[in-house]
Write a protein that binds this ligand. Sequence first.
Ligand code: AMP
Length: 218
Amino acid sequence: MAVYIVLLGPPGVGKGTQAKILAEKTGLAHISSGDLFRENIKSRTELGQLAQSYMNKGELVPDDVTIAMIRERLSRPDCQKGAILDGFPRTPAQADALKQMLVDFGGDVDAVPYITAEAEVLIARLSGRWTCRANGHVFHVRFNPPQKAGICDLDGSELYQRDDDKIETVTRRIQVYMEQTAPLISYYRQAGKLIEINGDQPIEQVRVSLSKALERWI
Ligand code: AMP
């Protein structure tokens, strides 16, 4: 039976970093809604254009297009064993839609690690974050610097600062998270799926906490 893990938590808490590590370890697909939107922007699709107008302001892309994009992604063959969802769902409507689509794929959300940290930690992380052009690998000027400034350690591509990691947008993204995504904490707690993980620790420590918490499934 396929395994579906949803990583929940505010922007900058380390969901992407941990999702990549987990996906590598387990062989499950890593599905990042933000990365999918950024790929669409890069290849100048209609969806990319629409998404960009919301992303630049730190707002959420409308539910209907986001849900359709994830449904299509989950139907691909690399998701047969399941997936680690990073950045989706972000609203209760998306969570309901996910439940429904997983019924079609013969599964359910198995566990929802909720990674937490205080707002000032998130702001410091997001505003010092540099992302690689080729594959979205993430570095931080202080907490996780690349060996060579401006170059990705893993694939040698250029590092850039995401437009929405600039300070004005970062504050709005955290506010949007509090208003629209935080209700998912009680949504998944009530469903008995929430597992709290302290995200205000070094990457390796968070990795260990997550691995222990998910032992039953992966
Ligand atoms: P992320 O890379 O997860 O920080 O996402 C970057 C931006 O993409 C967000 O600020 C939103 O504008 C958009 N986005 C990503 N995932 C979603 C989602 N599940 N629903 C709506 N918008 C999203």
